[in-house]
Structures are given as structure tokens and as C-alpha cells.
Write a protein that binds this ligand. Structure first.
Ligand code: ADP
Length: 439
């Protein structure tokens, strides 16, 4: 460009010099100079016009043919333009390959911006979630995926786990949602059709539920006969055998009822009828039962109950009773005689919390991540002696998941353990116990 400016300046000097000299010869130097400058300016203006026209045609056409510095300028601009076009084509082809590959995916992919609005999604999202490419762009995600369980999952902001729900567009399709954060508070939502997996899982659950159910009747009959025999005046060795059979039959009954409860919990991932439960009354009953159990096991435990009365918990009472009692009974069963067990319920800005702290044997850190697996036992002999089914903590975990809660376990070998259940703020409700008392 510097070269152009220089040659333009030279041509101006040349034109004015020549015309002035010619003017001197004919006796009208100023007229000759003025005329030649006018012609020169006219020529420049015309080239400038051609340049503007070329720009207005959005530089799609070939540049106008020119010589001299204008020609160089056009060539330079045209070269830049070709480079830009090449880059644009390359970007277009990358975008179109990206779009082709994302629309070939069977999973739905949705980009949600920092304001929680839908920014972009692939073709599968239209089919799986019933999104509309035209009308739903920029809409808040929670307007389109309204299921309270999704809203709870989305708002919680901890996306380590995924959540499985029926599709808002087709209730027979089960969708697994998983959110990942990226960029500046943006979110990537991946939704996968897991209906086939769920059906297989359902078949497995049905089998366990049916088998457990079928075992119930024969066990009741066996237990009934054993009780009758034990009432008879039979020889001592026979009585000992029968009593041991009765204990094992009782264990099997507990196992069957825990298996049935677990398969009921697995049948859906949300508690069916949530309503405020009176924490004080539920926990008082559990502690009374725990004291009874401690007495039966000949363990003189000191069990304390500390309740913050301000808030109750929303949920399914039978399920929560089962989860809380499992934790308290475990503390009673695993803590050696004369132990101390503290049961607490309190609320803070994070939500509601229930905890059971014991002075039992504690659990080694390496076992903690696997503790809630079915039939996982730290010490087989200790657990069998305690009369547990091996399903207690699996039940607790399921119940909590259905209530949006989480289980944490803190334990030190030889120092005792603390099992705590944490519920989100939307699951707690102001307690009305005091109002009722004062009414
Ligand atoms: P179980 O019926 O065997 O008690 P759970 O699922 O309730 O099954 O517990 C799993 C394992 O966790 C138990 O076998 C036991 O080893 C350990 N455990 C549970 N609660 C406690 C506790 N309070 N103190 C020490 N160990 C515990």
C-alpha cells in the first residue's frame, strides 16, 4: 500500500509538472495546470467509484480491470478477499461436519447458557425431548423440562451423578440426563434413551421381588411349625436344634422383607406421596425401639436424642423411618456393650441433617466407598453375629436418593462412626408441633 501511495504521489507530480511545462509553452501555464489536475482528479474519482461498486457487490464478482496503482490496489484487495473466502469455506465445512456428526448421534445434546436458557441442541433433542428448533431457542431450560426431579437436579448444581426420568415428549421413553459444566458457567446437557436398559433392569427387579415374595409363604409355614414344636416337651438336643432353626428362619424372613423393600424402592426413583413428617415423633419411636433392641442384645447403651424443633422433613414416612432406624439399629448392634449413641436432627442453610454417632469399633477408610453395596460386609463374622441382612445401608442409600438426600459416613477404626443423612432445603418445612401444643 505504501508503494501505491508513493506511485500516486509521483503520478500527481508528473501530471502537474508536464501540464505546467506544456502551459508555459503555449502561454497558459495556470489553465493547463488546472485542466490537467481536473482530468487527473476525475480519473481518480472514477476508479474510486469502481472500487465502491465492487465493494457494494459484496466483493463476489471479479475486481474491475485496472492498470497502475489502482490495479495494484484491486489485486491486493482481491488476494485478501480470496484468503478470507478460503477461511470462511473451511469454517463452514467444519461447522457442517460438526452438525452432521451431532445429528447422527442418537443421544440428545443441549447447550445451556449461563442464564439457564437453551442455546443450541442437536436433532435427537427434538425427538427425545420434544424441543422445537424455531420456537424453543433461548427459552429457559426449566420451562421445557419441568419435572420437579429434574428441576431439583439442575438447581442442586452437583452433577457427579445422572438422573433418569420419563421423556417429557414420550412418557414410555426413559431418559438419563447428565449435566457437565464448561466455559463460563455454561452447561452441556446429555440425554440418553435408556428404556431398553431400564426394561432389563425391571426384569431383574421383578425376578428378585417375585422370588422373595414366593419365599415368604413357605418360610411362614416353617416358622409356624417350629414355634409349635418348640412349645412341646422335647429332648434338649432336639430343642437346641429347633431353636437354631428358628433363628435362621427369622433371619431369612428379615432378608426376604429387606429384599422386597429394596425392590419396591428401586421400582421408582421418587417417593410416591411426600408430605411433612413429624421428625420428633418418628425419632422418639426409633430411639425407644433401639433401647428395646439394646436390652434384648444385653447391651446397656446410653442413647441420646437431640432435635432442633424448627423444621420437619417432607417425605415418605415409612421409607424415612426405615432408613433412620437402620442407621440407629446398626449403631446399637455394632457398638459393644455400654457404648454411647447420639441421634441428632438439625437444620441450617444447606438443609436438614440427621446423624447417628456411636462409640463402636469404627470402619477402615478403604471399606467406606463400598459400604452401601448390597451384602457388602466389613467383617463377615461380626455382621452375621449381629443378625443383619447386609441390605440395611443399601436401603438407606435408596431412600435418600428418592428424597434428594445424601449419606455421608465418617469413621475411625477403634473410635466409632458417624452416619449422617443430608436433605436439601426444599425438602424441609417449618414444624407445626409447637403451634399444635399452644392451640
Ligand atoms: P448389615 O445388615 O450387615 O448390618 P448394613 O448394610 O446395614 O448390613 O451394613 C453394612 C456393613 O457396614 C455392616 O456389615 C458393618 O460391617 C458395617 N457397619 C454398618 N454400620 C456400622 C456401625 N455403626 N459401626 C460399625 N460398622 C458398621
Amino acid at each position: 500500500m505504501h508503494k501505491n501511495r508513493h506511485s500516486m504521489f509521483t503520478s500527481l507530480l508528473l501530471v502537474s509538472g508536464c501540464s505546467f511545462a506544456l502551459g508555459l509553452l503555449i502561454g497558459y501555464p495556470s489553465w493547463a495546470l488546472a485542466l490537467s489536475l481536473f482530468v487527473w482528479a476525475f480519473f481518480q474519482a472514477r476508479q474510486f467509484n469502481r472500487l465502491m461498486q465492487w465493494f457494494q457487490s459484496e466483493v463476489k464478482q471479479e475486481p474491475p480491470e485496472c492498470t497502475g496503482h489502482w490495479g495494484e490496489l484491486f489485486d491486493e484487495l482481491s488476494r485478501l478477499q480470496r484468503g478470507r473466502q478460503k477461511r470462511e469455506d473451511r469454517l463452514k465445512s467444519i461447522i457442517s461436519r460438526f452438525q452432521d456428526s451431532t445429528s447422527a448421534l442418537s443421544d440428545a445434546i443441549i447447550i445451556i447458557d449461563r442464564h439457564h436458557n437453551l442455546e443450541w441442541w442437536n436433532k435427537s433433542a427434538n425427538h427425545l425431548l420434544g424441543l422445537n428448533q424455531e420456537s424453543d431457542r433461548g427459552m429457559p431450560v426449566m420451562n421445557l423440562l419441568r419435572d420437579p426431579r429434574f428441576v431439583r437436579y439442575y438447581k442442586r448444581g452437583q452433577y457427579n451423578d445422572s438422573i433418569t426420568l420419563p421423556s417429557p415428549a414420550h412418557s414410555d421413553i426413559q431418559i438419563q440426563f447428565h449435566i457437565t459444566r464448561f466455559g463460563d458457567e455454561d452447561r452441556l446437557l446429555v440425554a440418553r434413551d435408556v428404556s431398553r436398559l431400564m426394561r432389563l433392569e425391571q426384569t431383574r427387579q421383578d425376578f428378585v421381588a417375585n422370588a422373595s415374595h414366593e419365599l415368604r409363604t413357605p418360610l411362614t409355614v416353617i416358622r409356624g411349625y417350629l414355634e409349635t414344636f418348640l412349645d412341646q416337651a422335647l429332648p434338649k438336643p432336639l430343642l437346641r436344634g429347633l431353636s437354631s432353626m428358628q433363628n435362621q428362619a427369622r433371619r431369612m424372613e428379615n432378608l426376604v422383607s429387606d429384599l422386597l423393600l429394596l425392590s419396591r424402592l428401586e421400582a421408582s426413583n421418587q417417593a410416591s406421596d411426600e408430605h411433612p413428617i413429624q421428625i420428633r415423633s418418628v425419632l422418639t419411636h426409633i430411639v425407644e425401639d433401639a433401647e428395646q433392641l439394646a436390652k434384648t442384645l444385653d447391651k446397656d447403651h446410653k442413647i441420646s436424642l437431640d432435635i432442633d424443633n424448627a423444621f420437619d422433613l417432607n417425605g415418605q414416612e415409612i421409607e424415612l423411618h426405615s432408613a433412620f432406624s437402620n442407621l440407629v439399629f446398626n449403631a446399637v448392634r455394632y457398638t459393644p456393650a455400654n457404648g454411647k449413641i447420639e441421634v441428632r436432627w438439625w437444620t441450617d442453610e444447606q438443609g436438614g441433617h440427621f446423624s447417628v454417632k456411636d462409640t463402636g469399633p469404627g470402619i477402615e477408610a478403604m471399606h467406606l466407598p463400598r459400604l452401601t453395596e448390597r451384602f457388602y460386609r466389613v467383617d463377615e463374622s461380626r455382621s452375621s453375629a449381629s443378625g443383619g441382612t447386609g441390605l440395611g445401608l443399601a436401603i438407606v442409600k435408596h431412600v435418600l436418593a428418592r428424597h434428594g438426600g445424601q449419606l455421608t459416613i465418617k469413621s475411625k477404626l477403634g473410635k466409632g462412626s458417624t452416619f449422617a443423612c443430608h436433605f436439601p432445603t426444599e425438602m424441609i418445612a417449618p414444624s407445626h408441633v409447637e403451634d399444635e401444643h399452644s392451640a
